[in-house]
Design a protein around this ligand. Sequence first.
Ligand code: NAD
Length: 472
Amino acid sequence: MSTTKQWSFSESVANMAERAFDALGLDSGVAGAIKSCDAVLQVRFPVEIRGKIETFTGWRAVHSAHRLPSKGGIRFAPIVNQDEVEALAALMTYKCAIVDVPFGGSKGGLLIDPRQYERSEMQLITRRFTRELVRKGFLSPATNVPAPDMGTGEREMAWMMDTYRTLNPEDINHAACVTGKPVAHGGIRGRVEATGRGTVFALREFFRHREDLDAAGLSGNLEGKRIVVQGLGNVGYHATKILQEEDGAIIIAVIERDGAIIDESGLDIQAVYTHLVESGGVAGFGESKYFEDGLSVLELDCDILIPAALEGQITAANAANIKAAIVCEAANGPITFEGDDILNQRGVVVLPDAFVNAGGVTVSYFEWIRNLAHIRFGRMERRYDEMRGQHMAQALESMTGSKLPDIVRDELVRGADELDLVRSGLDDTMRLSYQQISEELHSNDKISDFRTAAYAVAIKKIARSYLDIGVY
Ligand code: NAD
């Protein structure tokens, strides 16, 4: 494949999958079935805003429905287009397969700059868009379940669920029609931070694999590792906050819309985030150095670069200058196909988006199950587990004749609540997925990078599903 052509986002994703199809020697018919996008809905709808009629355009792409429902976020952004939505839907198919979440892949987008509208206007637009999706069969708990993405969050998900419920009052499972809802409206604890925390779990597992760490020229653990992040939104903020507070990593630069700030001694992520929310940018934060050309800061010398903003940031134009030992793709598609080729040739370790940011869909899966079960995780067993822990502690104390240290006793007698269970399930998912990818990387001599290995893991599972069910 030539690397001189400028590929679109969906072509870039297809090319990346193609490497894995080649490495697996998959039948071209099956490969074609896996690669193609099943359906795309485009809607245009009018809304009256401040006395004027405005027409909005939105999309929902279903890349695969080999498992149902199809799952994927909805983004509200001024740069969404059909190609992007199709590319992101394809990524969702591979992502769900990598982390063993039994969903097909989907994605949606609405062409809008949410910052230009009042809350009440956004509610009107979101509800109108939802009605279009529901009426055209692109949103329901059984077939297609959106989640938050860029420019959307709990608020939008609550409006979408309520609109679906109004249209389907008989559906007892209405809460499962979207994930990422507020906890008070059927959401699950730990969903907001899930993608960021999943990114951290992915990195921690990488650092447990000596062979992979050596290949990146790194050693030790995350403590003291120098990190650059692009995008301090939902994903970037949670990932770097956890890395800083729980792992002792040093965040040396934050790149945002208005430029970048650098402080080699480490930025206080919570303080930067507060500054960003209050002032709308990172400029003027404390003693840090400010650079208007944020993109150039991707090239800063560091251990780990975490692009967590948007796609197409590392390309043929700058990939040769990236100095990070690891690029950890928290955003979807931040590296283009051409950029990826260059990083691979240079031996830079790329932990791919379809694995790294799968924490969001993993916890969305937990939320969907919770909604169908109509019960919070841990509700039945928590006190029972506590009682067993009490008995265990008492037995240990009477056998040894000494009191257990408070910290040990507290751990033993504490029953897991929903947040504990969600974090445990997420950690387990990210660890097991990493192990499958790493095993594929080291056992297939046609594969030499994590992305192709991750796609190969996914494609084997999807192909198996197609072959088992058959095509009709
Ligand atoms: P978000 O809207 O909460 O945050 C995005 C951040 O990037 C914002 O702070 C924004 O100011 C910043 N940004 C925008 N343009 C920028 C630019 N040109 N340079 C630097 N910063 C810029 O979005 P999010 O939910 O954090 O999503 C970020 C990425 O992660 C997207 O690619 C999304 O598809 C992906 N993702 C999100 C989730 C999720 O659960 N939210 C799950 C999987 C993947």
